[in-house]
Design a protein around this ligand. Structure first.
Ligand code: GDP
Length: 292
């Protein structure tokens, strides 16, 4: 699944190429490139704390982006679009493990309801456009991390945030402050593993129904364990403290990867420790230019 295969031409677009909030600009960029297959990653995203501050923006921006992209793809006859959901969009009150059939079963966690409802509508859109013969689908990754992440402490997700905070704490000889109690649990997926799975979904996954891309339930770790992993990977020598005045967010969102394993029984995930080490090494080596 490494790179472009014979007959494939890959085109990478960023927010500099078009404002996807604008239907005219979105149509223009799709007309220019006439893609047959689309990986749709564009979104307004952020960690728990940015979500709590900006539900209205998360809702509106994502609704516009997704409607424009999916409609523009349909208009240029793209045969396949793979969009990106997240396990945080599932109902807050649920049974575990969560699976693909549960997306619309109840309200999402209140911290990120704007983002969650906007993302759920991608599944609705896919099913509607499926009635017009399109096989547009979505993947549902758990918490993603890796090189080139957004390492911004206020807006980013937990691992890049902790890596950045530990890096600074090491330099200043101050404690690493983990937000919340450290007890919430998360499944983390390495961005390079996720990229491989995205390509497989784009080329071969036959369903409109979404698929969870996750490590197994037994690989779930607490935020405390994740912080200890960052400490080890960076060789952080200072003290680790927990700021319990900060929110914990969802306690857990344990997802089942049974469907993935049915399709890809032999897929091997990069071990968490190794992936975390590679990410920390990348951050240290690229500190000046990293997004933060
Ligand atoms: P979530 O998985 O959608 O909730 O998003 P995050 O990746 O932001 O993870 C949030 C969890 O990590 C919560 O339990 C936070 O309390 C905890 N956490 C601990 N330290 C940090 C930090 O520095 N940044 C963030 N974003 N979360 C942190």
């Amino acid at each position: 699944e490494g790179g472009a295969r014979e007959g494939e031409e890959w085109i990478f677009l960023s927010s500099k190429d078009a404002n996807l909030m604008d239907m005219g600009e979105t149509q223009a960029v799709f007309l220019k490139h006439q893609p047959t297959h689309v990986i749709h990653l564009a979104a307004m995203v952020g960690g728990l704390f940015k979500n709590m501050r900006a539900n209205l923006d998360f809702w509106r921006n994502n609704i516009y982006i997704n409607d424009n992209v999916l409609q523009a793809a349909h208009e240029v006859d793209a045969v396949r679009v793979v969009s990106c959901l997240s396990t945080c969009i599932f109902p807050d009150k649920t049974t575990y493990p969560i699976n693909e059939t549960m997306i619309h079963n109840g309200p999402p966690h209140e911290s990120n309801f704007g983002y969650s409802y906007a993302k759920r509508m991608i599944d609705v859109h896919n099913r509607c456009v499926g009635q017009r013969g399109r096989c547009y689908t979505a993947v549902i990754p758990t918490n993603v991390f890796g090189p080139h992440d957004n390492f911004n402490i206020e807006d980013g997700h937990v691992l890049p945030g902790l890596i950045h905070k530990a890096y600074i704490a090491q330099k200043e000889g101050s404690p690493l402050v983990v937000w919340g109690s450290g007890t919430p649990r998360r499944q983390f997926i390495y961005s390079l593993d996720l990229a491989r799975l995205f390509l497989w979904v784009l080329r071969e996954y036959p369903e409109v129904d979404p698929i969870i891309l996750s490590v197994g339930e037994e690989e779930e770790v607490s935020i405390k364990e994740a912080a200890e992993g960052v400490v080890e990977a960076l060789g952080f020598k200072g003290q680790v403290t927990y700021d319990r005045t900060k929110a914990d967010g969802q306690f857990k969102k344990t997802a089942s990867n049974a469907k993935l394993l049915r399709y890809r029984p032999n897929f091997t995930f990069t071990p968490f420790k190794q992936a975390l080490k590679e990410t920390c090494d990348w951050f240290v080596a690229n500190y000046d230019t990293a997004r933060k």
